[in-house]
Design a protein. Structure first.
Length: 134
């Protein structure tokens, strides 16, 4: 008989696969904070992924936000896929081409680009927008 933790683990792993994300506890610990979660250890995340434990509500909500699903769906399951509405972005043609090129890259190269963007974003002063490209 499947436990609640086992069922949650299956839903979490399926959500990560659908989102094209890694099942790496180290990466999930890092991302969890960016999505409003509380600090946890890699061992705690490993427990979630392997059906040994359930996250606290704050981390459940952060995981759901990360996966663009409703927290209730992640916690309890549901046959319907409920997605959060994502806002439309106004993107200039040069940026659109860059995004399309990015999406064609192999996963390892996309990860490098994401890491570069995160590093560059750390050096932008809060409240200051980046200069427009010429």
């Amino acid at each position: 008989m499947k436990t609640e933790q086992d069922a949650f683990s299956e839903r979490l792993r399926a959500g990560l696969r659908q989102a094209g994300m890694s099942e790496s506890p180290a990466e999930l610990v890092r991302l969890l904070a960016r999505f409003g979660g509380e600090p946890v250890s890699q061992q705690a995340v490993s427990g979630w992924l392997n059906g040994r434990a359930m996250p606290r509500q704050a981390n459940l909500r952060a995981l759901a936000r990360m996966l663009s699903i409703e927290p209730q769906q992640l916690q309890f399951g549901d046959d319907k896929r409920v997605r959060e509405a994502r806002g439309e972005w106004k993107v200039n043609p040069h940026d659109q081409l860059a995004i399309e090129a990015f999406l064609k890259l192999p996963a390892a190269q996309r990860k490098l680009v994401r890491n570069l963007i995160e590093e560059l974003a750390r050096h932008v002063a809060p409240g200051k927008a980046a200069k427009k490209p010429r």
